[in-house]
Unconditional design. Sequence first.
Length: 306
Amino acid sequence: MSDDEIAALDGNWEKIQPADRAAFEFTLKLTRSPHLVNRDDVAALGKHFTPMQINEITQSVAGYNSTNRWTDALNIPAEESGAFFRRADQSKPNIELDSFLTPTSDLFAKQKSTLAPMKATDSARAPLDPFDSLSARFKSASNRKPVLPLATSDSDPGWVQLLKVFPVANKSKISALLAAETKGKLDTRSKLLVAWTTARHDRAWYMLDLVAKRMDSAGIGMDELKRIDSNAATLSDKDRAVITLAQKMAVAPWTITDANIAALRTHFSDFQVAEIVMHGCNAAFLDRVTETAQLPLENHTALRMP
C-alpha cells in the first residue's frame, strides 16, 4: 500500500469502497465499543460478506485487540532493525522500514486521526448495569440464537465451536486458551478477577456467565462476587491492583501506566504480572468473538445469581 492509502485508513473513508468501509466501521466499533456490537452490525456486514467471512473478520479484529494490549501494557519496544521480518534463511526482510521516514503528502499533512484515542474519555462507557440486574441479562442471553457459523460438536463449549470453524488456524489458540485456565504460575482467584472484570465492562454475557460458574466452582460466593464486581475498598490491595489493570485493559488500554504495572509487582513476580496481562488479552479476544456471534448461555440454570 502507498503512504496515502495507509493515511486514508486513519478515518478518511470517503473514497473507500462500500464493502471495505463496512468492514472498517465494524472494526472500529468492535475495537472501541464492543459492548455496543449486536446482531444488526453482523447483518450490516452481511450485505458485503458471507457468514464465514464475517467470522474471519471478527476473529481477526479480536486477535489484534488482544495483541495490542499485550505489547502496549508491557511496554514492548518497537522493532527497529527489521530483524523480526527476516525469513528463515536470514535474507533481507520484505519490508523497508526506512520507507516510514518519507514526507507525508500534502493531502494528509494536516489530517488529525479520527481513530486514535487521545484521552481516557474517548471510549467512555455508560455505567455498568447494577449487579442485581445480571440475572435478567443472563436469562435474555440464554435464549438468543448464534448469528455466525459454529463447528458441529456435542461436547465442546460454544466458544470452542466458534473457533473450530477454522480448525487449522485456531488449533493452537484453542489449546492455549484452555490451558490458561488451569496452567501457569498465577493463582486461580487473580485469573478470575481479570476475566470477570473484562467481561463485565465489555457486556460479554456469554463469557461473564462462564466466569461466574468458574468462580462458583472456586468457592467464591455471591457476597464476595459483589465485592469483586464493585472493586470494593474492603478488598485486598492485591485484588484491587488486578481489577484496576483489568478494567483499564478492557475500557481504555492506552491509559495503562508504569504505575499500574508497579502496583502489581508489589504482589506478583514479573512472570505473574505478564500472566495477568495475558489473561486480559485473552479476555479481549473472547469477549469480542462470543458477543459478536451472539452465543447463547450454556446450562444457565446452573448459575446461582440473585
